[in-house]
Design a protein around this ligand. Structure first.
Ligand code: ADP
Length: 704
């Protein structure tokens, strides 16, 4: 069908056609069952393509909320594991780096027992060991037992006392007496050094009191004595404080030389310092460190002190550290693996982590500070926890058991076998809140999705319903048009044939035939006009020529033209038009068509009402043209739809009459093109009044 109906409104091909007709064997299916069948097909299609999949997806989405919570737990577990591994990695990396650095040094034949911080920041001391596992260098265990340390004898104390109060002569005699009468080499050495030191002090006193010659004599005596003391075996003896006498004597000698030969004296100090720094120091004896410190402090040359003070500081620290872990050193194992590192971890009651290895013939022990290691790990763990936000990462000590909420743990064996890294949720409540919000958010999303599907389904059903209705109406329209066309054509043909065959001879009869032919062709052209106009309107091609017109004349002549068809239905036309009407800007033919359409309807549906009235009323700025009939009237629900194209009331009294359902929609279109309005006022059984309001004045459409 082509009546210029926009493609969107053309009857759609029946997509939901069921193969088995609803009323099988019943000839053409009944209209209602066809609608039902299409509705069912649509429902089935909707259910299978949208509703069921959407429902299944929603069920899956709903059940996945649970697994999402598990995923949160899983993710936290994963994060905990990562965090704990990260801290553990740092720990093990410290030792791996240490091993690599140590191996590189060993390969390059560089010393392994100095420059310790470059090997590892937590390395406190490194020792070369003998075969029995005792430290040899740079520190060694003290050889003297407490019993071997002598307490000063009475004459010795007297000598020291006299020396202190400046009684140098008495002190000298006392020291002499001491070394002449002793058989103990250590007492002998001590007494001789005391004598030398006493001479030095006496020289200084003499010098201060201006006795220069005497002073020089004492200095030279002191120096001679010092030189004797610098030779072994005396030199190797140690005094009561642990100082090696040879060192003390060398210090004294260098001091005396410095007085007269500064450069020579300084070189003596430097030699002594180098010797002190290269020698193995005894753990528990800080004399070398103290003496070296003194040289550096008072007599060092800037250029060599810088280097030496670094070495001294490191050795002094290692000495101090070794003193604090003497018990652990005493228990060092004798055997060490070759080129591999073996660790003896710190226990809860020890301070050092030990690493052993052997390079070439040399066995080494490296001593790390366990507390510093743990402190570093704790800082790193705390940072790691903060970064994760929800996790608390910590290092547990020996007697601490991991909390029940702990998610991951790693032991730090072998270096710190008593310590464990653990990660647990910082705040279980926060975790619950996170889960709850995630759950709620997911539920809302799923519900919204479901609601939108539901909404979509309802909307589609509605749209499809309308489409089906419109398709039905269009189908009806096609049938109605053909039906309407057939009747006048048949009439014209019959009357024409009757005339042609000369069947009608009576003058009056002849006139009736001619009238009928004219009347039917007018009806035919009205119908064709309507269909063509409708097609033009649908195409958007309809144009109106507005001109000032005499509405009174137009309404009257159009009414008169319709008087005959109305009369045929037993209806008398009443015209109620004011004598004076202003000219109105309208399209004459269009308004004529409006009046004809309204009157045609009044003729069709107003039968039995005896009259049909055209009433024209002039208002301030508009003119109302009403067509009033006393026919079947229009129900309220129909009143809302009768202006839609193709709509025909389902009332059987309407259906009995021929019609296409486009008359009123054309009227509506024309009136709106004139800037006017259209209304209906009706009660079922009481007739209907259609009123067209055309604007006058500024609102009126201007003539084109
Ligand atoms: P048609 O008259 O060809 O069906 P119309 O568009 O002119 O189409 O009218 C649409 C519908 O409005 C009619 O089918 C009928 O139900 C209703 N209608 C129109 N005019 C009247 C009237 N004067 N009285 C009762 N019903 C009317």
């Amino acid at each position: 069908m082509r009546f210029g109906i926009p493609s969107s409104e053309r009857p759609k091909p029946k997509r939901f056609h069921l193969k088995v007709p609803w009323n099988k064997g019943d000839g053409a299916p009944h209209e209602r069952s066809r609608g039902l069948r299409e509705g069912l097909s649509f429902a089935l299609l909707l259910a299978s393509t949208i509703v069921l999949p959407a429902f299944l997806l929603s069920v899956v989405a709903w059940s996945s909320i649970q697994s999402e919570e598990l995923a949160i737990d899983g993710e936290l577990n994963q994060q905990a594991k990562l965090a704990v591994d990260d801290v553990a990695d740092m720990h093990f990396a410290t030792f791996a780096q240490f091993e690599t650095a140590a191996r590189q040094r060993a390969t390059a034949n560089l010393p392994l027992t100095s420059n310790l911080s470059a090997l590892s920041p937590h390395l406190r001391a490194a020792y070369r060991l003998d075969n029995a596992g005792r430290p040899l260098h740079p520190l060694t265990m003290g050889r003297l037992t407490p019993e071997e340390v002598l307490s000063p004898t009475q004459p010795h104390q007297r000598a020291i006392q006299s020396e202190r109060i400046g009684e140098h002569q008495q002190a000298k005699l006392a020291y002499r007496e001491l070394w002449e009468h002793t058989t103990d080499s250590r007492v002998l050495a001590e007494a001789r050094y005391g004598e030398a030191r006493n001479l030095w002090r006496a020289a200084l006193d003499a010098h201060a009191s201006g006795e220069v010659e005497l002073a020089e004599q004492f200095f030279s005596e002191a120096e001679q004595l010092a030189r004797v003391l610098m030779q072994p075996p005396l030199a190797n003896s140690r005094d009561l404080r642990g100082y090696r006498l040879g060192d003390l004597a060398a210090f004294l000698s260098a001091s005396i030389t410095s007085r007269t030969h500064e450069a020579q004296g300084r070189s003596q100090f430097q030699t002594l310092l180098n010797e002190l720094l290269e020698r193995s120091w005894t753990i528990g004896n800080a004399s070398e460190a103290a003496l070296a410190q003194r040289i550096l402090h008072a007599h060092a040359d800037e250029s060599w002190s810088r280097n030496a003070s670094g070495i001294l500081e490191e050795r002094a620290n290692a000495l101090e550290w070794s003193e604090s872990i003497q018990d652990e050193i005493a228990l060092l194992p004798a055997n060490a693996p070759r080129r591999e590192f073996r660790y003896v971890g710190a226990r809860e009651d020890t301070r050092a982590v030990w690493a052993f290895t052997q390079f070439g013939e040399d066995i080494y022990a490296f001593s790390f500070d366990a507390h510093a290691l743990i402190a570093d790990l704790q800082t790193h763990a705390a940072n790691r926890g903060q970064r994760e936000g929800l996790l608390e990462v910590s290092i547990l000590g020996p007697f601490e058991t991991p909390s029940a909420t702990s998610l991951s743990q790693v032991a730090l064996a072998p270096q710190l076998p008593f310590a464990t890294i653990t990660a647990k949720p910082t705040n279980l409540q926060a975790l619950d809140t996170l889960k709850r919000t995630t759950r709620t958010r997911r539920r809302v999303v799923v519900s919204i999705a479901l609601l939108s599907v539901l909404f979509g389904v309802l909307l589609s059903a509605r749209i499809l319903g309308r489409e089906m209705e419109s398709a039905n109406m269009k189908a009806d329209f096609a049938a109605n048009v053909s039906h309407e066309l057939r009747s006048p054509i048949t009439q014209i043909r019959l009357k024409g044939e009757a005339l042609q065959l000369g069947l009608t001879t009576d003058e009056e009869d002849l006139h009736r035939h001619y009238d009928a032919i004219v009347h039917e062709s007018e009806r035919l052209s009205r119908l064709v006009d309507n269909v063509l106009d409708f097609a033009a309107i649908e195409r958007g091609a309809k144009r109106y020529q507005m001109r000032p017109e005499d509405l009174r004349e137009l309404v009257a002549t159009t009414g008169e033209a319709m008087r005959q068809p109305l009369a045929q239905r037993g209806l008398e036309l009443e015209l109620d038009i004011p004598d004076e009407l202003p000219a109105v800007s309208i399209d004459r033919e269009a308004i004529k068509q409006v009046i004809i359409n309204l009157l045609s309807n009044a003729a069709k549906y107003g039968a039995d009402g005896e009259w049909v009235r055209i009433r024209v009323r002039l208002a301030l700025d508009s003119i109302d043209i009403s067509v009033v009939d006393r026919g079947i009237g229009i129900s309220k629900s129909d009143q809302e739809k009768i202006f839609e194209e193709f709509y025909r009331s389902a009332d059987t009294r309407v259906r009995r009459k021929k019609g296409t359902g486009i008359g009123l929609s054309i009227v509506r279109y024309i009136i709106s093109a004139h800037g006017g309005s259209l209304s209906v006022d009706s009660e079922p059984g009481q007739g209907a009044t259609f009123t067209v309001t055309l604007p006058l004045g500024p609102n009126a459409p201007s003539p084109e």
